[in-house]
Write a protein that binds this ligand. Structure first.
Ligand code: FES
Length: 346
């Protein structure tokens, strides 16, 4: 059954096909609503049902609580309409014109940059380029039909090769393939670009990036984009990167981030280790990465924050920055690497 959905406050309308979630239908018809995991885990797509009825679908109970449901909240990536609806949610303008497509690609280069992190460079067929916004991700399409999501680590202007940062972990289908079987020159397929974790360039607020582990990948893309644009248009925004990891080896591109700090006056890099080893001889910041931000700022009311990495870190940062440091809700932009069987982004 097809239903008509009206978006508040824009007044845009679209129709859902039978079995389609609200998000699927909106994206199909060119209305880019915010989303991340697409499986009910991250909460990025949360909106409000103003009028009408939905089946809330299968989702993580912590991401959408019963109390929230009673207040009309729904995860638009899971919710199936049961009637015509009026919903309230934000629309993202900037990705409107970017086509999501499937591409074949060749594994050009594999480089082990930490004991459990491999950077992979992918080459598209001649004359093909992927248009994307700094911070977005792609889905690797596995031969058995499964998908695995990985953030693009290169900036959009530097698109001869697409770079992924793959962390090895037990049970990670693509990760295990990468570390055990994959070879340079292998052919892969992917779909993209995806996601709404991208740089909001219409703002002039100072930026705080908070990354944990391979959450550095999309942040690298955004930073390289900012530095590139600044060369022609300039950039007045101050930028701080907090990158958290367990040990020094896990900060697998710390030298690169350090070199940016040397080069750009408006950029500051603060590495934070949570389980430093004695052999690390670490004299820098320690503890949880989002705690380091809380320690450094009494107020975040004038900032824009981009957080990417483990769901625990992203969730804690969102809660604490908004409730304890007055960060406006809209200025917290995040991508949580949610480990679900259907869709991992690691
Ligand atoms: S919960 Fe809907 S996109 Fe993550």
């Amino acid at each position: 059954m097809s239903y008509r959905i009206t978006i508040n406050p824009s007044g845009h309308t679209f129709n859902t096909e039978a079995g389609e979630t609200i998000l699927q239908a909106a994206l199909r018809q060119g209305f880019p609503l915010p989303y991340g995991c697409r499986n009910g885990a991250c909460g990025t797509c949360k909106g409000k049902i103003i009028q009408g009825k939905v089946n809330f679908g299968s989702h993580n109970d912590d991401t959408l609580t019963e109390i929230e449901k009673n207040k009309g909240k729904a995860l638009l990536c899971c919710a199936l309409p049961l009637s015509e609806l009026v919903i309230e949610c934000r629309e993202i303008g900037a990705i409107k014109d970017i086509k999501i497509m499937k591409f074949p690609c060749r594994v050009q280069k594999m480089e082990l940059v930490a004991p459990d992190v491999m950077t992979i460079s992918l080459k598209l067929p001649t004359n093909e380029r992927l248009q994307f916004l700094a911070g977005q991700y792609i889905d690797i399409l596995m031969k058995d039909g499964q998908r695995r999501s990985y953030s693009l680590a290169n900036a959009p202007h530097d698109d001869e090769f697409l770079q992924l940062h793959v962390r090895n972990y037990l049970g990670g289908v693509f990760a295990e393939h990468t570390f055990s079987n994959m070879k340079e020159k292998d052919i892969l397929r992917f779909e993209g670009p995806l996601g709404t974790f991208f740089l909001r360039e219409d703002s002039d607020k100072p930026i705080i990036f908070v990354a944990s582990g391979t959450g550095f990948a999309p942040v690298k893309s955004m930073l390289e984009h900012i530095f590139h644009v600044a060369e022609t248009r300039g950039n007045d925004r101050d930028i701080i990167l907090y990158w958290g990891a367990r040990t020094k080896a896990d900060l697998y591109l710390a030298e690169l981030a350090g070199s940016w700090q040397q080069k750009y006056e408006n950029f500051c890099f603060i590495p934070v280790l949570s389980e430093s080893l004695q052999t690390d001889d670490w004299h820098g910041r320690t503890g949880l990465v989002h705690q380091a931000v809380l320690e450094d700022f009494d107020s975040l009311s004038g900032y824009q924050v981009y957080a990417c990495g483990s769901p625990v870190m992203v969730g804690a940062a969102q809660t604490d920055f908004i409730s304890l440091r007055n960060l406006p809700e809209d200025e917290f932009i995040s991508d949580a690497f949610t480990p679900s069987p259907a869709d991992k982004k690691l």
